[in-house]
Write a protein that binds this ligand. Structure first.
Ligand code: ATP
Ligand code: MG
Length: 430
């Protein structure tokens, strides 16, 4: 059976995707797979975003070549993933993700569904592009651009849904959420990023089965946190996470504050996410350490206050509060040490900002985490936790040439922090 016959074939004159808008590296991958006799398509966000006239974040390729066959064609290729094996073709910092068409299968070798109905492995190759389309999440994510003839294959009315700005699952909505509950988070993310509505059956399925997100490994949840809150649409993502009642699986403490109408929490989260969104649109660096520091802060501060009033010094109280609160959070959404250490430092620097004169103040400016701590202080000033004048004073203090030199020196010193723990100093990290 020729499965592509099932697709609506959109010819070049009817769509706006063209080679000119696709990255050189993605084109290279597509061309070389075709030359080697394989089928290959651009798929996913790349096609979707081009059809919407947006600049894609990355380009994903889908092919009938197995990951091993892809590796034979590209020297710069590594195979990743267990649950879902993929080939990554690496061009310096640019990575083209190449997924192999999976065959439709029931239980069996390479494909495993857990007792809960969740797909735990999906590695049966030998499928067609139609099979591949059937296992993608949303109709707008299952559009395939073929560079060989410049057509777009549309199996599930994805183009119509793009036009209507609606997120619809392919197939039965409930089944799609049960198979992979992370799709609920993806719905929130795409609704936010694309400014789409969520189809009623998608919202209903999410409502019924979001509890299954509690079983997703914390490392995968961390990846989703980054995509939701650190991709330039953090404010809108938080909004959708709340609408779909999914925030509880990411930041339970913040979620219950928002549900209780805690205005300070609301204000702080919105300011921080707005700031993150602005930084991303200006190509400035952002870090999960800051986001996590914000989402946990009110609980940390509250507990630290209690501990302090029982006689502990402020910094120690913050450490003790963190020891109690952070592990529970990391069970939900993990946070690599390279972020969790600076997150705690952002908190423990706060009491030190009270002193604006003398040697200690100077030392603080030279702290590698000074800038993040200062930004956090200003955020606290905006929600009325500390005086704005304190933030202004520190703004002035860091402008002196002496302070600038200290900040530059601390940047130099802080570099080796990224070294893997336990490695000898003289051995630079690759
Ligand atoms: P972005 O612009 O954020 O990269 P994207 O749609 O490309 O958005 P990716 O996470 O890069 O999202 O995934 C690429 C494609 O792989 C998706 O468009 C979708 O077709 C498919 N996909 C990814 N994750 C899933 C999933 N959990 N279930 C089904 N299909 C998925
Ligand atoms: Mg993508």
């Amino acid at each position: 059976m020729n499965n592509t016959a099932l697709a609506h074939v959109v010819s070049q004159s009817e769509h706006d995707v063209s080679r000119d808008n696709i990255s050189k590296n993605a084109l290279k991958v597509l061309d070389r797979l075709n030359e080697a006799g394989f089928e290959s398509y651009l798929v996913g966000g790349g096609v979707r975003d081009l059809l919407l006239g947006r600049r894609p974040k990355d380009f994903d390729v889908s092919t009938n070549a197995s990951p091993e066959e892809v590796k034979e064609i590209f020297k710069n290729c590594r195979i990743i993933g267990r649950r879902f094996r993929l080939a990554h073709v690496v061009f310096g910092r640019d990575i083209i993700e190449v997924a192999t068409f999976r065959a439709a299968h029931s239980e069996g070798e390479g494909g495993v569904t857990g007792d809960t109905g969740r797909i735990v492995r999906d590695n049966v190759y030998g499928g067609t592009v139609a099979d591949d389309a059937a296992r993608r999440d949303f109709t707008v994510n299952a559009l395939y651009y073929n560079i060989a003839d410049a057509t777009v294959l549309d199996f599930y009315h994805g183009i119509e849904d793009l036009r209507n700005g609606e997120l619809k699952f392919i197939g039965d909505a409930e089944a799609r959420v049960v198979e992979d509950p992370v799709r609920a988070l993806r719905a929130a993310r795409f609704a936010a990023k694309l400014d789409f509505t969520v189809a009623a059956d998608v919202a209903a399925a999410i409502d019924q089965y979001h509890f299954k997100l509690a079983d997703i490994p914390s490392a995968r949840m961390f990846d989703e946190v980054l995509k939701l809150l650190q991709s330039g649409h953090g404010v809108a993502s938080l909004d959708w996470l709340r609408k779909l009642d999914l925030l509880q699986y990411l930041f339970p403490a913040a979620d219950s504050r928002l549900k209780q109408g805690d205005e300070k929490a609301e204000h702080m989260l919105l300011l921080a996410l707005q700031n993150t969104d602005n930084r991303i649109s200006n190509d400035l660096a952002v870090t999960p350490a800051f986001i996590y520091a914000v989402f946990l802060w009110l609980d940390i501060a509250e507990l630290a206050d209690k501990i302090e009033s029982s006689g502990h010094p402020p910094v120690q109280a913050l450490h003790m509060a963190a020891d109690e609160i952070v592990p529970a959070q990391l069970k939900r959404t993990s946070l690599p040490r390279r972020y969790s250490v600076p997150m705690r430092e952002i908190w423990t620097l706060q009491p030190r900002f009270k002193r604006t004169q003398g040697k200690r103040a100077k030392l603080l400016i030279g702290n590698p985490r000074f800038r993040a701590g200062y930004d956090f202080l200003c955020l606290r000033a905006q929600i009325g936790e500390v005086a704005q004048s304190l933030c202004d004073t520190w703004e002035k203090l860091q402008q002196t040439p002496e302070a600038q030199a200290a900040i530059a020196a601390s940047r130099q010193r802080s570099r080796p922090v990224r070294r893997t723990r336990g490695k000898p100093k003289r051995k630079p990290q690759a």
